[in-house]
Write a protein that binds this ligand. Sequence first.
Ligand SMILES: Cc1ncc(COP(=O)(O)O)c(C=O)c1O
Length: 382
Amino acid sequence: MAVYFDNAATSYPKPEAVYNAVEYFQRQVGVNPGRGTYQKSREADGIIFDTRSALASLFKISDCSRIVFTSNVTESINLALKGYLIKGSHVITTAMEHNAVWRPLKVLEQGGDITLSLLKCPSGMAFNPEELPELIKKNTALVVINHASNVTGTIMPIEKVGKICRAHNIPLLVDAAQTAGVYPVDVQVMHIDLLAFTGHKALLGPAGTGGLYICEGIDLMPLKEGGTGSESLLEMQPAHLPDRFEAGTLNAPGIAGLGAGVKYILEQGVEKIRQHEIDLTEYALLKLKQFPDIVIYGPQDAPSRTGVISFNFTNIAPEEVTYMFDEVYDIMARSGLHCAPQAHRAIETVELNGTVRISFGVFNTQAEIDFLISALEDLANA
Ligand SMILES: Cc1ncc(COP(=O)(O)O)c(C=O)c1O
């Protein structure tokens, strides 16, 4: 049997409704949203609006127009950082960030625009939020946190960070790439001012979809200007959301599919999806811990992590393991640095060429984990 354990990269398969929604949009609607007054264009508008509303329900956002569509979380993070930070800003982030956060921050730092401070994540564990106030300076303009690591699955204490940020009047930007759709995210309770998410992972949508929630009172400069189908006589970008940040034709078929993915999550309930993830992760951790030659990185209990597990054999290189998975067992998993060298520095696996990463999705089963474990037994005994 083919087993897909690379859901942290992208979710596969998608619910049937997602494939149907993309096909329906392409075949039966097909036209540009926000650009015409004829019936089909209004239908396209409605589909875009429905996806925005579904996302707002999922993240407990009261005004869905404050969610702007992007092509992925990388674009959302770039928009938030480059649209918000001004020269002389100080930014606090963590030692476990994905390159989607790390690289734009480093570009801004090396250009002399910002200075950076890091919350430490020893051995890939969550940082201690009590260390955050010590890092705050007079010019701290933003705190940027990865909600969960894509390498170790470590869940970061966002709610505690949100409270501290609110108390100091510092906006909080969260990279929810690994949690949106699989872990309850409430922008009110967590005090999140900017929520960046990607559509193709646990939100179950197609590639090329993503978004950014921008809290009222946060003013960003757009990354791009252009046509919006609104206020066309204006020479400047319209001020109202979402148009201010949605110049150019949207990926409407993708957004239609994303809407179906989010509706599937709302129907199932994100808590139920999270419980399935915890059950699979707990089972896999239990089984993996029985191998004397396997090291598991990050938190050792399922509730402290998402369905992402990084591990290594002490005597087999990670790329060899994933090669054998693919060649012999038809198991799809990823080895290497997972675009997050910072996280691998934290768990000291850069010199090992990274880790073997398995990551579960909503359609994975315990039987698939049993199959993986028997493959690992073969490799351990070879
Ligand atoms: C934590 C995290 N941030 C950002 C990204 C980038 O996602 P995308 O390629 O959809 O922009 C990923 C993808 O692996 C991720 O896991």
